[in-house]
Design a protein around this ligand. Structure first.
Ligand code: ZN
Length: 77
């Protein structure tokens, strides 16, 4: 069982998500809040670099690595 964890940026409970097999991540925890400041700021950063890019970074933690925080690249919807 994974711990119940909350996003430090927006306070929403992180959801478990199984990474693509090629990523080697296994099960990770992700903030799926589209209003999360972390996610919204990441979109702004990326858009400034490349206007055609519709990717953003969601806040995520890796349970296999002591719940280390990392950026999960996600399509902007
Ligand atoms: Zn969040």
């Amino acid at each position: 069982m994974l711990e119940i964890r909350f996003c430090p940026h927006c306070g929403v409970q992180l959801s478990s998500w199984i990474g693509p097999p090629e990523s080697g991540w296994g099960e990770i925890l992700v903030c799926n809040n589209n209003e999360c400041v972390y996610y919204r700021n990441s979109q702004t950063d990326i858009r400034n670099k490349d206007e055609d890019n519709s990717l953003g970074c969601r806040y995520a933690e890796d349970p296999d690595n002591g719940y280390t925080a990392f950026n999960l690249l996600a399509w902007y919807k």
